[in-house]
Design a binder for this molecule. Structure first.
Ligand code: SF4
Length: 199
């Protein structure tokens, strides 16, 4: 079971294969056989995650530790945050969370304050400039209100996390829509990054 893996100089943590979206461009949909090691036969327990991280002689050699993988890490928000807490004791390497921004929808409460002091960067997949486009591209479990939920989470989490980046995937929306996404990020006080399509 692959719990952690490295890409260039970053260490990635693969907590879950669950996600509350079914994005049309997700590699899980477009190329499910592409990264077979990232399909977990079962979710690792918190103890297994911590044991895996402890097996590295040092975590300081990594430029970043990223919660990402083949699913949405905030589907296991409390385990993820506890892992961050333990990582803070083990290393000064910065921690990033790549998320669809659904944490507060999943837990049905404002989860943004929980990130304070534990996460250095949150990268939120905004993916669309409006609710209708988001629903079409991301097919979220929470229905039409999901997009406003993502925006609300982004607005809150900028208060607690030093770096917040909203992203959208180049090629899945028009350049004009990308610009509108960038404008949303600016208005929220976050950065914006257009990601390349991997399909
Ligand atoms: S939010 Fe991420 S993991 Fe979930 S379906 Fe979309 S691209 Fe895939």
């Amino acid at each position: 079971m692959v719990i952690t893996y490295t890409i260039r100089n970053s260490l990635y943590v693969n907590l879950t294969n669950h996600c509350t979206n079914r994005c049309t461009f997700c590699v899980r949909e477009t190329a499910p056989g592409e990264y077979p090691d990232l399909w977990l036969e079962r979710e690792p327990t918190l103890a297994e995650i911590l044991e895996d991280l402890s097996s590295y002689k040092t975590l300081n050699k990594f430029s970043e530790i990223v919660f990402c993988g083949y699913g949405e890490p905030t589907c296991r928000l409390y385990d993820m945050l506890e892992t961050c807490r333990r990582l803070r004791e083990m290393t000064s390497t910065p921690i990033r969370v790549n998320t669809n921004g659904h944490a507060s929808l999943i837990l049905e409460e404002d989860t943004a304050p929980l990130f304070k002091g534990l996460v250095d960067c949150v990268s939120i997949s905004l993916n669309a400039p409006d609710s209708e486009t988001y629903a079409r591209l991301c097919r979220p479990r929470f229905g039409e209100d999901t997009f406003s939920g993502v925006i609300k989470f982004a607005r809150e989490v900028v208060k607690y996390v030093p770096s917040v980046v909203l992203t959208a995937v180049r090629g899945t929306i028009t350049d004009e829509e990308l610009e509108r996404c960038a404008a949303i990020a600016q208005e929220i006080g976050a950065k914006f990054r257009a990601r390349d399509y991997i399909g």
